[in-house]
Design a binder for this molecule. Sequence first.
Ligand SMILES: [Zn+2]
Length: 353
Amino acid sequence: MKLWGIVLPFVLVFNSVAAGNLKPRKPKNIILMIGDGTGLVHLYAAYTAKGGQLNIFDYAKAVGISITASLNDYITDSAAGATAFSTGQKTNNGIIGMGSDSTTLKTIAESAYENGMSTGVVVTCELPHATPASFYAHQPSRKKYKAIAADITQNPAATIMVGGGLPYFDTNALKKAGYCVSIGINAMQQNTGARQICFIDTLKEPLPAPSRGPALETGSMHAISKLSKNKKGFFLMIEGSQIDWGAHNNDSAHTIAEAIDFDNAAGEVLAWAKKDKNTLVVITADHECGGLTLHGYDAKNKRPVMHFSSGHHTAEPVPVYAFGPGAELFSGVYQNTAIYFKMMKLLNLQTDK
Ligand SMILES: [Zn+2]
């Protein structure tokens, strides 16, 4: 009898949390990590190649499934996929930060900025590429790189941007907008500007992993050290951009190298978040790419035998891994747009709908 007196209160507390009766603890900061084109199988390939370990799997506290279809297609592209995360709206493939009728949609980065938070992106593609663009630009076509670069330059919402694509930008306009411009990973670490744009190199597209060096890892931690100075919190989007490119080319070695690069960055970010205790990390993909299957283990080369059934994106739903305060909201099966609404709710940011 006495035992029940001790155990029962614990059972009741556990049940009410499980039933969602208690409000989730809210994070001060959110880091959204997107593996472009990265299904569960891409990450399991990296897990296998790493000898049976992946930081993302080790840290995940809640796991969900995101349905990725765009407004006009069963299979999304990265523009509509990222716009779903950044605005909570399904739009047509190819559109950046706008509805299908070309209405400008406010992004989570812009809402966070208006509420006094700091924001940024760290990517391994060119900054005007679809995924980073969808957080700071509003264009009816993802192909309008110059217009997207101009939108990014004019947008006051970003405190720090790390990525490629220097040739698309007018550096004088960037400086006028208050950006301190640096080129290279070492120069990035020396960049102490109030607003920073840190180009990984001078190329249009950064080199593939591992040739480009630890740009994603170093860039992510540099951005966090800058953004975490804001007492009101921050929103940061980090993208492993080239996992998708490896899969489009059905290039197993490139796909695995990029997935490992992404997981290395995730390991640093998650370790920081664990220490910080006030940061939610959400790791997902905009879509799967390549229709990847693993149909064996190559013991000689210590990697999985990989088969791509497509050179394009597929409709396969993708996993969502969450760690930190509010992580439990990310369990379940939902549309990609739900990720935006969950993040906005946890940051106490007002949505238009
Ligand atoms: Zn793609």
